[in-house]
Design a protein around this ligand. Sequence first.
Ligand code: ZN
Length: 245
Amino acid sequence: MKADPSVQRRLLELAGVDAELVRLAHRRRTLPEHAELTAAEEALRRAKDALVDVETRAGDLDRDIRRLERDVDAVRARTDRDQKILAGAGVGAKQAADLQHELDTLARRQSVLEDEQLEVMEQREALGMDIAHARRVLAEAEAAQAEIAQRRDAALRDIDAAEAGRRRDREQAAGGLPAELLAEYDRRRTRRGIGAALLRERRCGACRLELDRTAISALRAAPPDELAHCEECGVILVRTPESGL
Ligand SMILES: [Zn+2]
């Protein structure tokens, strides 16, 4: 394939723009915010789980507290009733003894229930502090996640803007190039990642390999408008006075 040396040199401009587009795409994929966000989302999930866990335990204790209150109320009601009967007229000695026995049992039962109540309420109070702590951790995790997402979005907007600019540059660089040459360039770029490179001081600008004597002689002999390629990496090699030929 033939192309005027000045046209060939314009391929270098295009390759420069394409290299920037590749760098931008790489930057988009490897933003540190992606990994930070994954870690922040994991921390957020753990914080939510931890809060649900302590809230569930608190709910269980609240139910225990209500049950104990009902039990104590029932024992008190029974005690009141027994005391009223005992204080009333016409209670025989046998019934009075039975009532007294029951009152003693009820008093012991109430004492046990009240001890249990105290213990459960202490546990509930401690759990209240755990809940407050879990809520703080969750709020911090949410704020951290939001901050990273914001940073990532800003970085992505910057990349979007840079890419839009480079695409305009590309249109300009590719505009006016012969369609056949552009197709050849794009074919090589698709296959190798780079379409064209400058031959500088006998080295390929893409793979950096120095060309051997045979290749150099062939390039010297080739007409300037003949399209040259790197034998090693396959890019279009553009010759300029810097090429060392
Ligand atoms: Zn090469």
